[in-house]
Design a protein around this ligand. Structure first.
Ligand code: PLP
Length: 236
């Protein structure tokens, strides 16, 4: 586990170089890609080190863990983003803890978020829709063929949610071509939804430590990096 500032800084620099190479290989501007530091199962010092190294977005998978970290890190100027499966009974705490929720994958969850936001005048939350691009049954996310109906429902019924794009987890396989194809499918789905819904969906959160260069080649705007910044996680 890596929590010293120097290590995290060097790891981040290496990741930024890989992002630049991947973006360059397809003629993309690497400046379109932001790094989300995934700090689940890492201590608050890891988040602090990442912020010192220039990270501005922190992703956490569990509401309780993120709440505890935020309490210790109130001075940090970072955005906290929910990237784990969100249970409906945690929605209220999630909205107190996170600036954005990137794992909206059902109308029930979207409606719960909207209902809690409605209690506060003008409260809004940027969200991404999580799509199951791996085809693996154990993964969360709406199936691609239900993404458009869900998007329509969010737009028509959840006025306090700002739908900003899509979120996906690539398949856990070694076949690079298959992983890349799943990222390409998320980008195409985004393009289709933009046309069908008539809104701009600028964000594509895809790519983790093992596959982020492929995601960048396919249009990722947010790569979610845990292991390659902080080393292996505690307890796994
Ligand atoms: C844990 C996690 C990551 C980071 O994974 P690494 O392989 O450690 O980079 C990214 N996205 C999600 C949704 C995660 O749960």
């Amino acid at each position: 586990m890596v929590t010293s500032f120097e290590h995290v800084r060097d790891n981040l620099a290496a990741a930024m170089e890989a992002i630049e190479r991947a973006a360059g290989s397809v003629g993309r501007d690497p400046g379109e890609v932001r790094v989300v530091a995934v700090t689940k199962n890492h201590p608050p010092q890891a988040v602090r080190a990442a912020a010192q190294a220039g990270i501005r977005i922190v992703g956490e998978n569990r509401v309780q863990e993120a709440m505890e970290k935020r309490r210790e890190l109130q001075d940090l100027d970072v955005q906290w983003i929910m990237i784990g499966h969100l249970q409906r009974n945690k929605v209220r705490k999630a909205l107190e803890t996170f600036h954005q929720v990137h794992t909206v994958d059902s109308l029930e969850l979207a409606s719960s978020l909207n209902r809690v936001l409605m209690e506060t005048p003008d409260a809004r939350c940027p969200v991404l829709m999580e799509v199951n691009i791996s085809g693996e049954a154990s993964k969360h996310g709406v199936s691609p063929d239900l993404a458009q109906p869900l998007g329509e429902m969010i737009l028509s019924r959840c006025e306090r949610l700002d739908l900003r794009g899509l979120f996906g987890v690539g398949p856990l396989v070694d076949d690079q071509a298959r992983i890349r194809a799943s990222f390409a499918s998320l980008r195409r789905l985004r393009d289709q939804l933009e046309a069908a819904l008539g809104i701009h969906l600028p964000e594509l959160s895809m790519g983790m430590s093992s596959d982020y260069p492929l995601a960048v080649m396919e249009g990722s705007t947010m790569v979610r990096l845990g292991t390659c910044l902080f080393g292996p996680r505690r307890g796994f």
